[in-house]
Design a protein around this ligand. Sequence first.
Ligand code: S5P
Length: 273
Amino acid sequence: MYKHSYASRIQNHTNPAARLLLEIMERKQSNLAVSVDVTKAQDFLAIIDAVGPYVCMIKTHVDVIEDFEPSLVRTLQALSAKYDFCIFEDRKFADIGNTVALQYASGVYKIAEWSHLTNAHPVPGPSVVTGLKSVGLQRGRGLLLLAEMSTAGALTTGSYTEDAVKMARANRDFVVGFIAQRRMESVGASKTDDTTGEDFLILTPGVGLDVKGDGMGQQYRTPREVVVGAGCDVIIVGRGVYGTDYSLTAKIAGQAKRYQDEGWKAYLERLTA
Ligand code: S5P
């Protein structure tokens, strides 16, 4: 059982984005990240305004927003300051180093300018980290590698996952952890997760309290299964929080509070088990 508290782990990280996330988690007593996957800027902002008090992080897919304008990012940053949450653009970079550096810094979205954390598929090998790091490190940004996915039949298993952990170990100033379904410290190591002396942030999607899947391959586990059973740090919840009617902001806020409570209760159970 991984028993280290979020507060005690801040000192294990030099990366400013990793430290900020752990500080916010402790301050707000929240290990909930809400993934806001909606296509209208107005809905996007209304959901963030509703869930803001309950989350440590907002995860975005900016490229699905149909009426995106650069001002939306400034509003998002203002909400991040108002409600005290980190921003994680779930870009899933997966190209050669030179291309991902351009995609991260430039284009319409200029992700590196506003997103504390982003992520990458390890599939191109270490050069994907080198490219992103050349843009993000100097700005105090952090990277998560997708070591495992939540979907049925995902190819992210065995030696692929092990190689993702190796890529992270070689870049600990920038790679702060993983998108994964369990802890990763013991992968490729002969010790248990909590005795390696390593500290990766484990952010875990595929979390839901009411349903087990979405009919398109997504697989859900409960916050307790993820945090106590698998030792993960942050639960990422999308549709389980905001449902299908985005105008029901009081209900959305209630769901966020429900997931915050469940996630934190599970964390306290893990610490004291
Ligand atoms: O393995 C993964 C990795 C990610 S980042 N499985 C996922 O579902 N995600 C993302 O988490 C996905 O892109 C989506 O934004 C979110 C899950 O949303 P939900 O509505 O199924 O909770």
